[in-house]
Design a protein around this ligand. Structure first.
Ligand code: NAD
Length: 446
């Protein structure tokens, strides 16, 4: 159940048990008051309202629950979007979050406040103390908290329909396979895994269990990037010719798993360079037929003893588009791209951050340069992504970014490493179908 708090306009989850208790108390109190005035033979307006509210509170949770509010401002003023109208809480899809690190605590759990179809109902962590605190913050029952060893017991928890895997990359395959065997749908963080073989095993395990597998490519659910994709596909500025992408950040010098090959699979490429690769494929819908790449790591930098610092890679597509991508773990934060089409360009800067994305289009209608920036309220990318997974579960659809999408990126990343190692271009299978590895597109939510 969700309630609004005074401190924040966001919603705060409270345990079902508490909620049932407060609902029971409310109904009891309202009911007793009504009995008293009924005996006196009159029903004041306030009591009638209380009766109506009590009846509504007791009504079964079926039928439409959309609430509309009258307009606040004149039609010439900017209008609010209205209430978000999420699904009734007992009808939302329950998620178990596995791994309580930066992404889960800083982005995913808070993002559920913006979800309409998904809710957090279980946690999995190796740190029981931290998990207990987080469980209390988000109203998750102690009986729905698991360790990595008791993870398989999720099969006995009917509240959990989706397991969201947010662990170091090397653990994605094992926890996906075990999760599918526990009879749950899987949403897995990017990169899907550390090898093509692991990706194939994850897809096979979910297929065998009859469960859905989605890779958490949030950019493919983010409205401004989706707008850019539509313009590219619609050829708004004519055919696309060139794409440039960059994703860099300067990593902390601590002993983190991202710098260990066995846990991370690689360095900048699978972690952040993947955004350049996946977003280029997403914009075009085409698959590259050739890659060429080079890699460089600063000698003596302890962070890059096992994994690479910088990767520069080029992709060739069947339509003739060439994409040029750079990614690095040792240079200042830059996360942007430009699509160069025949009569205009689309620039996203930043393109891959969690918040504050910005798009600028430049073209010259009538010979005069025009710069346009689309407006609109920012949407929480993680909420959109989790809601898409929930909708796919409820409506039995294939996610837009299924396991096959992650597998294709993994194939291309392995070719990028090979090209850099052999210092020559590497050919890829010629895939002619558009959106060959994607499922049902997300609905455009208000
Ligand atoms: P993190 O290091 O902050 O958290 C990882 C969690 O895994 C921690 O709670 C840690 O205790 C746990 N863990 C379990 N076994 C571990 C082990 N052997 N070594 C290290 N940690 C272990 O990492 P994160 O930033 O939350 O990333 C988790 C996953 O999410 C990664 O796959 C990453 O690529 C992905 N990610 C995605 C996005 C995105 O925007 N989609 C952003 C950040 C991270």
């Amino acid at each position: 159940m969700l309630r609004e708090t005074a401190a924040t306009p966001a919603f705060e989850a409270i345990p079902e048990a508490d909620c049932d208790e407060s609902r029971r108390q409310f109904i009891n109190h309202a009911g007793r008051g009504l009995l008293a005035v009924s005996v006196a033979g009159t029903l004041p307006v306030a009591a009638a309202k209380a009766q109506a509210a009590a009846s509504a509170a007791q009504a079964p949770a079926t039928g439409p629950t959309d609430v509309k509010l009258p307009p606040l401002n004149a039609p010439t003023e900017p209008q609010s979007a209205g209430p978000p109208n999420p699904d009734p809480v007992d009808q939302r899809v329950g998620f178990a979050l596995v791994g309580l690190g930066h992404l889960t605590l800083e982005e995913l759990l808070p993002a559920f406040a913006h979800c309409k179809h998904a809710k957090p109902v279980a946690l999995v962590s190796g740190d029981a103390d931290k998990m207990g605190k987080i469980a209390r913050q988000y109203g998750i029952k102690p009986s729905s908290c698991y360790s990595y060893q008791t993870y398989d017991q999720l099969k006995n928890n009917p509240e959990v329909e989706v397991i969201y895997i947010v662990l170091p990359n090397s653990m994605h395959a094992e926890f996906t396979v075990r999760g599918a065997q526990a009879g749950k749908h899987i949403l897995c963080e990017k990169p899907m895994a550390n090898s093509v073989k692991e990706c194939e095993e994850m897809i096979a395990a979910c297929k065998k269990a009859g469960k859905k597998l989605m890779i958490a490519y949030r950019i493919q659910y983010e409205p401004l990037n989706r707008m850019a994709q539509k313009m590219v596909r619609d050829k708004t500025y004519g055919p696309t010719k060139l794409i440039e992408m960059v994703n860099t950040q300067n990593q902390a010098h601590d002993n983190q798993w991202r710098h260990k090959k066995a846990l991370a699979g690689g360095g900048a490429l699978p972690d952040i360079g993947l955004y350049c690769l996946n977003t280029t494929r997403f914009l075009l819908g085409e698959e590259p037929t050739e890659v060429s790449a080079s890699i460089y790591s600063t000698p003596g930098d302890a962070r890059f003893k096992e994994v690479e610092e910088n990767v520069s890679f080029r992709l060739r597509f069947p339509s003739g588009v060439m994409a040029s991508c750079v990614t690095g773990y040792g240079s200042f934060n830059s996360k942007a791209y430009t699509v160069h089409a025949e009569t205009g360009s689309i620039r996203m800067d930043p393109a891959f951050t969690y918040h504050g994305l910005h798009q600028e289009r430049v073209h010259a209608p009538g010979g005069k340069e025009l710069k346009e920036t689309p407006g609109g309220d920012e949407k929480n990318q993680f909420a959109l992504e989790m809601d898409h997974m929930a909708e796919c579960v409820r409506q039995n659809k294939t996610p837009y970014t299924p396991g096959e999408e992650g597998l294709q990126d993994q194939r291309i990343m392995e070719a990028i490493y090979q090209s850099a190692k052999e210092n020559k271009p590497v050919k890829l299978d010629n895939v002619r179908k558009i959106d060959a590895f994607r499922g049902t597109p997300p609905t455009d939510e208000a």
